[in-house]
Design a protein around this ligand. Structure first.
Ligand code: GLA
Length: 386
């Protein structure tokens, strides 16, 4: 219990408890930083932050799982060197100051039940939960969109991962039972109901994404290079978002691998629209083919799969109750998402675990999740499970 950890560390009870969820992306991978379309859902696994005021002008943060404390000056939180987990917090605190929030002396304990490094955006959940906690202690308010945007800036500018806006938006703005259909250019969004008959099963390969940041930034650069090359023929193309499915022949003139990278993004935007349309007309049967096509495109055109993700996708697709499965998140490790008939969830996990063990020689980890709501400040104990 995080409240208890806070009490042990700081000798009093917290004023607020905040939480922000992890996310899985139903479809729309590597489209956010190309100003395209995404369809993530938040999951019922969270980062929690218990927080209260303190008389000194410092932010004192205790990571309960690591049993580590970091102290930052509240007026210059980004200055001291800090371990990696604390850098997300430094980034967020610095962005809050830039947004004109006067941070107060704060004590906070951080914990949760969201696996780290499994492609479930624990970093975005941490950023958003910390932002809510610092705002609450400071007696200030920003709307959820502003929180999402400043959390993303913290990660891009301070931590140095050039991520898009999807993860922070999902953590801040998701709605229970729904996916979030977000246009990453206009930031317009709608909530799309997911069928109650399905659960989201995160099938973790157990391979952590060590090289991910380098490879991720490289994919971004390749997309930018593709845009630069396409602009000479069509100056109105500002991002791969501006290339639509009818323009696919235009991509054939690009040098490889830029042509394949661009083709993934263009075809993926189309698949996002198709999945949204299928969900809106209640056509779950159409989802399997679209998720399989997204997986193939991520593997063949965007080249972000690895053998363990292939083994897991095959194991999940063949397991009972599976409606569709694909590698999820940035790739190079992490997890496969499977949409699974609720009644078959147990049988699905048993079969997928056995098949993955057999083909990869590794133990997978399986999380059966519900689509959850976005981040919130809770003053009463909500029965958190950290
Ligand atoms: C990571 C990034 C997101 C997004 C995905 C790929 O999760 O944080 O912004 O780019 O990869 O879709």
């Amino acid at each position: 219990m995080l409240r208890r950890a806070f009490g042990r560390q700081f000798g009093r009870a917290p004023q607020v408890l905040c939480r922000a969820p992890g996310r899985v992306n139903i479809i729309g991978e590597h489209t956010d930083y190309n100003e395209g379309l995404v369809l993530p859902a938040a999951i019922d696994r969270y980062v929690f932050v218990a927080a209260g005021g303190c008389p000194d002008l410092v932010i004192r943060i205790y990571a309960a799982d690591l049993d580590e404390e970091v102290v930052l000056p509240a007026d210059r939180p980004q200055v001291p060197p800090a371990p990696r987990w604390a850098r997300y917090i430094q980034g967020v605190a610095g962005e809050l100051l830039r947004a004109g929030v006067r941070l107060r002396g704060t004590t906070a304990a951080v914990g949760g039940n969201l696996p780290i490094g499994a492609g479930l955006s624990s970093s975005a959940a941490l950023e958003v939960a910390v932002a809510l906690a610092l705002l609450a202690v400071a007696g200030a308010h920003l709307d959820s969109r502003q929180v999402a945007l400043l959390a993303q800036r913290a990660e891009v500018e301070f931590v140095g991962v050039r991520c898009g806006i999807m993860d922070q938006f999902a953590a801040a703005l998701a709605r229970p039972g729904c996916a979030l259909f977000l246009d990453c250019r206009s930031l317009d969004y709608t909530h799309v109901a997911l069928p109650h008959s399905l659960v989201l099963v995160v099938c973790d390969t157990g391979v952590r994404r060590t090289l991910q940041e380098v490879a991720y930034n490289q994919r971004r650069r390749e997309c930018e290079e593709a845009v630069a090359a396409l602009r000479s023929a069509r100056p109105q193309i500002r991002a791969l978002r501006d290339v639509d499915a009818d323009d696919l022949p235009l991509l054939e003139g690009l040098p490889e691998p830029l042509g394949r990278r661009a083709r993934h993004v263009v075809s993926e935007n189309r698949r996002v629209r198709e999945v949204v349309a299928a969900l809106e007309r209640g056509d779950t049967a159409a989802l399997g083919g679209l998720l399989a096509a997204a997986h193939a495109s991520l593997r063949d055109d965007f080249a972000v799969s690895i053998p363990e993700l292939e083994a897991m996708a095959a194991a999940a697709t063949a397991a009972p109750g599976c409606v569709g499965a694909r590698l999820v998140g940035a790739g190079f490790g992490g997890a496969v998402l499977a949409l699974v008939e609720r009644d078959a969830a147990e049988a699905f996990v048993a079969a997928a675990a056995a098949a993955y063990r057999k083909s990869s020689g590794r133990e997978g980890a399986f999380l059966v999740c519900e689509a959850a709501g976005g981040a919130e400040v809770m003053t009463a104990d909500p029965g958190e499970r950290s």
